[in-house]
Design a protein. Structure first.
Lengths: 155, 272
């Protein structure tokens, strides 16, 4: 599994590789087909946000491996004018789509963690993560793998 | 609530039954499954996948047909994801409306209470009203802690509200440096996490107080009556939360209600 996958975003066509990479990583991390779709959709929304409001940016995706859960962290970075009022920007995401709750607000609702950092000017970083809790069998395997690693370290 | 597997099995039984015998009875079962899906939090994406997977399993010995249905399933799932995003938005909006209605009812009750209690000898004043104000402000603005001072300048901190499990708030709120800062305020102030990180006083407080280190929002709204400061409402946020413009409006509204009540109280005392 790669530590990080980066996809440059400069046009609508770049949504395709961004979605494909997100789905591939999500599948590798054991997310269900439905969750992989929701992650790909959230990636599409923040990539589209870059295309529409800034023009150029990058999506970085990385696996998060914790004891009890796996996560896919997606970070969208741009060097645009920044977001002056984040609260309003999230609200604008609703109103600009006839109140349907798409855009940044939609991406936020599809993921578990969502954070926006912005500098005006200086660019915006949107970080979002989707988590899945390991099932009992996965936890047992994880514990066994850790035990083996510890034993190897002692030898 | 049953497990997702149980729902999938029930849906499979229902759909297979309809494919075999059809009829309104089976369609009624489908209607019941739809209601059950809603109750159990099965999304429309899940439902579509379950439906197609049952269809795929029902196709005997025709890999081409199975591939077509599987491709249709995957395509439809992507199209439905926008609907799922919108559904979550509607759910959020509905929760916000319910919450706003509850908040409005609380403010109305507080307004009635304050309107009814201006009498000079009313035992509610001033401690109980300040406590009520701090409690409502904390709740309505989803603050970790709140404080109400009464009087001009270094007015006394009359009430401090916070989670009973969380210590250190009373000490932080009464810290002399913070009181000096608040004493000089004539206009509302609202600081978010980055403002607090750049604020020398807040940094000094963070160095001295564990609870101050958790702050991610701070807001003070003075209660001003005829140019005289009658007190303040002060709110503290933690856990990455910052106060919004809506929170500031709520705090300002409470301050105006309290200001009116304080002025009526002062008039009543003057007449007594």
């Amino acid at each position: 599994m790669p530590d990080e996958v980066r996809v440059s975003i400069a046009s609508d066509a770049d949504l395709v590789p961004a979605r494909a990479e997100a789905r591939a990583l999500a599948t590798e991390l054991g997310f269900t087909r439905t969750d992989a779709t929701l992650i790909a959709t959230a990636v599409s929304e923040i990539a589209r946000n870059i295309v529409v409001h800034v023009g150029v940016g990058e999506i970085r995706m990385s696996p998060m491996l914790e004891d009890q859960r796996r996560g896919l962290r997606v970070v969208a970075v741009d060097e645009g004018p920044g977001i002056r009022d984040i609260e309003q920007a999230l609200e604008h995401g609703v109103t600009s789509h006839r109140g349907l709750g798409l855009g940044l607000s939609g991406a936020r609702r599809l993921m578990d963690d969502f954070e926006i950092r912005t500098l005006t000017p200086g660019g915006t970083t949107i970080a979002m993560t989707k988590w899945r809790v390991l099932d009992e069998l996965e936890r047992l395997r994880e514990d066994r793998r850790r035990d083996v690693r510890t034993d190897d370290g002692r030898r | 609530m049953t497990s997702p597997d149980a729902f999938t099995a029930a849906y499979g039984d229902g759909l297979r039954g309809y494919l075999l015998v059809g009829g309104e009875g089976q369609l009624t079962a489908a209607y019941e499954l739809g209601r059950r899906a809603l109750a159990e939090g099965v999304t429309v994406l899940d439902l579509s996948d379950i439906h197609h997977d049952v269809l795929i399993a029902s196709i005997d010995g025709d890999d081409g047909a199975r591939d077509v249905v599987a491709a249709g399933r995957d395509f439809l799932r992507e199209a439905l994801s926008a609907f799922e995003m919108a559904r979550r938005g509607f759910d959020d909006a509905r929760r916000q409306v319910v919450s706003a209605q509850r908040d409005a009812a609380m403010i109305r009750r507080l307004a009635e209470l304050l309107a009814d209690a201006p009498a000079a000898d009313d035992p509610l004043w001033p401690d109980e009203v300040a406590r009520l104000l701090a409690e409502q402000a904390r709740h309505l603005c989803r603050a970790a802690s709140s404080a109400v001072t009464l009087g001009d300048g270094h007015g006394a901190v009359v009430a401090v509200e916070h989670d009973p499990e969380a210590g250190g708030w009373a000490t932080l709120v009464r810290h002399p440096a913070l009181r000096d800062r608040v004493a000089g305020l004539r206009e509302p102030v609202r600081l978010d996490g980055s403002d607090l990180a750049a604020d020398p006083l807040m940094q000094a407080l963070a160095a001295a107080s564990p609870v101050a280190r958790t702050l991610t929002g701070w807001m003070v709204v003075p209660m001003l009556g005829a140019g005289v400061r009658l007190g303040t409402i002060e709110l503290f946020a933690t856990g990455g939360r910052a106060f919004s413009g809506g929170d500031a409006d709520v705090a300002l509204h409470l301050a105006l209600l309290a200001t009116g009540a304080l002025e009526r109280r002062a008039r009543a005392r003057g007449e007594a």
